[in-house]
Design a protein around this ligand. Sequence first.
Ligand code: NAD
Ligand code: DAU
Length: 343
Amino acid sequence: MKNVLITGGAGFIGSNYVRLALQTHLDWNVVVFDKLTYAGNPDNLTDIAKDFKGRYSFVRGDIADREAVFGAVQDNNIDIIINFAADTHVDRSLMEPGAFITTDVYGTFVLLEAAKEFKVSRYHQISTDEVYGDIDEPNRSREEDRLHGSSPYSASKAGGDLMCLAYFRSFNVPVTITRGTNNIGPYQYPEKVVPVFVTNAIDNLPLPMYGDGRQMRDYQYVLDHCEGIDVVVNKGVPGEVYNVGSGVETRNIDVAHAILGLLGKPHSLIQPITDRPGHDRRYAIDNSKVRALGWTPSHTFAQAIEKTVKWYVDNEWWWRKIKTGEYLDYYRKQYAGREVSAK
Ligand code: NAD
Ligand code: DAU
């Protein structure tokens, strides 16, 4: 059996990955290590705790806490560390950058120290295409491109990536990194654009569209991303970075139209608002390196958005209780007074 520490496993992508890993790796024991911030949600793991009793356990802890991390790695005799834990929302990083530096840079350093001390066989870092900054058409970001983060979030993630590569070069820690594009699918906290738009549209509330809505992102289905991560964890070469994404970009305005079309709601729900400061115009990646390991995405954008919308329609129990209290305070702070008239 292999003992695998999955940090940030109570979040959106982490919980989807934990489910996939336990289904596909029958020789894995998984320990989820998570601080349970506002984005960490035990509901994301309820079925896993039931279905995989015996091969799954949970530790509440902070990746920036050396004692807690070292204790979890030592006590569970960990062979592999996969780090999903991060502060992840660009807009929150513009409001409170400090937490991003603590978790995404310092927390990564603490995990790397544990990987080095306990000689794990693999340390895998979940990173993002945002570290490249935006890129003009028709170019695509490649793994060797320079890092050029535009927000405190992407700069912190870039710092984490550089620390991982330094621990490979200086200390031979067997590190791999994946840089994923925008994920959509089940259990995404309703602060990211797709769950904000879908849950607002269900309730006939405005869809807040930043700027002209022509920014482009590579929206991939979360399970495609998880499969790409898994291929790299198992077949990737230490010291290497792999982009993971569909390779197809969609404008935000077209995402909104697709959601409203699927829900049968009027396009008049789209509410233009003032833009995000430093807003990256276009992300686009070259995914040929991960494809060469045998990975290929299974969902088109149309399939991914349809499955995603259906999940939110079918799982109001999950998101309605989130959209209360702290969330409403955040929403007001983030969006109040930004409305502009449509052109
Ligand atoms: P999320 O915000 O849904 O979840 C983050 C998880 O990390 C939560 O469970 C939270 O409790 C936990 N966490 C935060 N700080 C922690 C700390 N100090 N110690 C321990 N746990 C902590 O995030 P997500 O969208 O699932 O993203 C997961 C990873 O994937 C992140 O590293 C993110 O940068 C990366 N990523 C995300 C996307 C995307 O589209 N969401 C795309 C590419 C890469
Ligand atoms: O590219 C990968 C990254 O994708 C991940 O590393 C991040 O963790 C994840 O948050 C995401 O970052 P983005 O900033 O691209 O995602 P977000 O959902 O916040 O925004 C997507 C696009 O939609 C972006 O162009 C801004 C726009 N937007 C966003 C929100 C929240 C809106 O128009 N309205 C909104 O209300």
